[in-house]
Design a protein around this ligand. Structure first.
Ligand code: HEC
Ligand code: HEC
Ligand code: HEC
Ligand code: HEC
Ligand code: HEC
Ligand code: HEC
Ligand code: HEC
Ligand code: HEC
Ligand code: HEC
Length: 423
């Protein structure tokens, strides 16, 4: 079986050499040790110098994007600070190991093979598992886990006080996305593509054609937002045609208009793409918050708040990595103190800006709600009522108290109140 697999590589390399693509196929690969597969069935790098994986010889596009990620340089990160040795506790998360895949036996990989250079870096096989069987029989596919917890997938490395991604994500609403609407979001394909990771990935990859359900649904896990080998984004954020950032794909109301009940319209409010404008009222457009020039990361610019790991004497203060996705997270439950780190670049005193805005917005919301309730049944088909109702529901379901787009919120709330006065 193994012989056949190496023959196959030779075949692929032959063709590749013909088109001059696979640098990794030369016989002198700079790696020294030609042996393999390694314990557990790991293949590792085909060319150490060029950092080309054996998987990459047949999957060139994944190889090429992976090569640009931090994973492809995780060994060098340790080398640069003199911590590359196998005796260090660092090696398993920065090189091929049983972490990230379904293996539970730690006596495999970089450390077990005495630091073999072919097993450097977080490679395809960290996530996909050992590739020897697949090489022998390509239809035996090494599928990487989409689910995530402390023992499986990305979470197996992206955890602990230095990088508590899985800890924070587990607390975020995204981890509970399968429970919404009593679980209907899992069985109804028209909901699943935003609530189930596999359905979302399939929908995006098929350019919005395939709406699927699956028997082992995962909530909105790491790979919903990150694509380990799909694009050239710095932080591996999944790129979707026509979307400013991965968040805007799900957090929008699908072009809802007067007469509809808008759901989760955050992108539409931020970018001023929704709202009912009464005669003579103009759309103020996006505020600085939704302006790609001033706030290029849009949602992430405010909703991913990070604080580095710190040590004070013997006390470790865990890092915050922003994966609860709360823009101004509460940092002290007792006093209610909040972290405004992502606002201070633009607001000298963000807490007072936020609190006074919140108080003003609350009054406007309450006035409009009361005015809507006061409209007699007979007038509820009117444009004034329907337009005002739409604007109210739009901003309510946006759930930012209008902060996403303060001028738009003000305009919609005030013009709706004025329109209802005419009834
Ligand atoms: C010798 C060539 C070759 C090598 C090396 C190779 N693959 Fe594959 N791989 C294939 C082929 C061919 C298929 C398609 C098989 C099929 O669809 O029946 C495939 C399919 C896959 C799939 C499924 C793709 C899908 O869309 O369903 C994954 C995942 C995969 N390979 C990962 C890997 C990983 C990880 C490695 C390295 C451990 C690797 N491959 C090495 C040839 C190769
Ligand atoms: C074997 C451990 C391991 C696994 C499994 C793993 N990572 Fe990583 N990841 C790392 C390490 C180590 C780094 C830091 C690399 C460096 O900069 O040296 C990193 C860096 C990153 C970065 C930031 C650097 C960049 O590429 O720009 C992202 C994003 C990331 N990982 C996402 C993921 C996702 C998503 C998964 C699961 C699909 C995953 N990781 C699985 C160890 C792992
Ligand atoms: C539990 C898995 C794990 C272990 C163990 C681990 N790392 Fe990492 N390391 C990671 C991940 C994941 C990242 C990427 C974090 C991110 O992008 O926020 C990373 C990133 C880094 C970075 C880049 C940091 C930066 O901000 O650019 C350095 C340096 C580093 N690790 C050094 C070490 C050293 C030294 C050790 C051993 C003392 C070690 N790591 C042990 C998982 C681990
Ligand atoms: C950090 C984890 C991680 C690494 C590293 C990684 N993959 Fe994947 N891969 C995944 C996950 C998770 C999926 C399924 C989700 C998806 O398709 O986006 C996947 C999907 C795939 C697929 C299916 C088709 C596709 O592109 O979606 C192929 C083929 C594949 N990977 C090959 C590779 C190869 C080859 C490498 C190394 C060059 C590699 N992967 C590195 C996690 C990883
Ligand atoms: C376009 C993407 C998208 C689709 C399609 C979608 N949802 Fe959602 N859903 C979201 C987002 C985003 C949120 C979070 C919104 C927020 O909190 O403002 C959400 C939140 C919810 C919530 C509130 C969660 C809670 O428990 O607090 C329910 C209930 C819900 N969705 C049900 C459904 C149902 C039922 C369907 C199918 C008929 C559906 N969704 C289709 C994106 C979507
Ligand atoms: C809802 C979308 C979403 C989910 C789910 C998600 N991420 Fe992220 N992740 C982001 C965004 C957005 C950023 C920040 C990008 C930026 O800084 O512009 C990010 C950044 C990162 C980084 C880079 C941090 C740095 O600055 O070095 C790592 C590592 C990472 N995520 C890992 C993970 C892991 C592991 C999981 C699953 C436990 C996960 N992410 C789940 C959206 C997501
Ligand atoms: C695949 C679709 C999807 C993507 C991509 C996505 N979200 Fe979500 N988001 C949801 C769903 C669904 C929920 C509601 C989950 C629940 O409560 O049932 C949600 C909930 C939230 C919540 C909590 C809302 C609440 O009512 O508590 C915030 C905040 C949030 N998302 C921000 C973001 C940000 C920021 C990004 C981009 C970094 C993002 N989301 C990307 C689907 C998505
Ligand atoms: C200017 C900073 C900023 C930007 C940019 C931003 N948000 Fe927000 N967002 C906030 C603030 C502030 C709140 C209100 C938080 C609160 O009341 O605790 C909020 C609230 C939310 C909520 C409701 C959270 C809850 O607990 O109910 C969701 C969901 C959300 N934003 C998603 C997004 C998405 C998706 C984007 C990008 C389309 C985005 N936000 C862009 C600052 C921002
Ligand atoms: C990129 C710069 C930038 C960032 C980041 C930013 N803001 Fe703003 N914000 C502004 C500007 C500028 C205005 C004034 C409206 C305008 O002209 O766009 C504003 C307006 C506001 C208002 C309305 C104030 C009023 O009374 O009209 C609130 C509330 C607010 N921001 C809260 C926040 C919060 C909370 C954060 C952090 C989560 C934040 N902003 C992050 C630039 C920013």
């Amino acid at each position: 079986m193994i012989d056949r697999s190496w023959f196959r590589i030779a075949l692929v390399c032959g063709v590749a050499a013909g088109i001059g693509f696979f640098a990794g196929c030369s016989s002198d690969d700079g790696g020294g040790d030609q042996s393999g597969p390694f314990a557990g069935g790991f293949l590792g790098l085909a060319n150490v110098e060029q950092n080309v994986t054996q998987c990459g010889e047949c999957h060139p596009s994944q190889q090429s994007f992976w090569g640009d990620t931090g994973h492809a340089h995780a060994f060098a990160t340790l080398e640069n600070i003199g911590r590359e040795g196998i005796e260090q506790s660092c090696a398993p998360c920065h090189n091929i190991s049983d972490l990230g895949n379904e293996l539970m036996d730690s006596s495999v990989g970089f450390v077990a093979e005495g630091g073999n250079a072919r097993l450097r870096n977080v490679q395809c096989e960290n996530c996909h598992g050992p590739g020897a069987d697949h090489l022998a029989e390509p239809t035996d596919k090494p599928i990487a886990p989409i689910d995530v917890d402390f023992d499986v997938g990305c979470g197996e490395c992206h955890q602990d006080a230095h990088h508590p991604f899985v800890e924070e994500w587990s607390e975020s609403a995204h981890a509970g996305s399968l429970e919404a609407a009593g679980g209907r979001v899992v069985t109804d394909p028209n909901c699943a593509y935003c609530h189930v990771a596999q359905s979302f990935i399939e929908f995006v990859k098929s350019d919005g054609v395939n709406r699927i359900t699956t028997s082992e649904p995962a909530p909105i896990t790491c790979v919903a937002c990150h694509d380990p080998h799909g694009n050239g984004n710095e932080k591996q954020l999944r790129e979707i045609d026509g979307e400013e950032i991965v968040c805007t794909f799900c957090h929008n109301s699908g072009g809802s208009e007067i007469g509809d009940t808008p759901h989760h319209p955050q992108a539409d409010v931020l970018l001023a793409r929704a709202g009912f404008f009464f005669d003579g009222v103009t759309n103020p457009g996006p505020s600085t918050h939704g302006d790609l020039e001033n706030n290029p990361d849009l949602c992430a610019g405010c909703h991913v708040v990070t604080v580095p790991f710190m040590r004070e004497g013997d006390v470790e203060i865990p890092a915050q990595v922003g994966h609860t996705f709360l823009p101004i997270p509460v940092i002290d439950e007792e006093t209610g103190e909040r972290n405004y780190d992502n606002c201070v670049d633009c607001h000298a005193n963000p807490s007072s800006v936020f609190e006074s805005w919140e108080a003003r917005a609350e009054i406007l919301f309450e006035e409009l709600e009361a005015a809507l309730e006061a409209v007699p049944e007979g007038d509820r088909e009117s444009e004034a009522y329907q337009g005002a109702l739409f604007n109210f529901e739009l901003l309510e379901s946006d759930a930012s108290q209008g902060v996403h787009n303060p001028r738009l919120a003000e305009t919609l709330l005030e013009s709706s109140l004025a329109a209802l006065e005419g009834l």
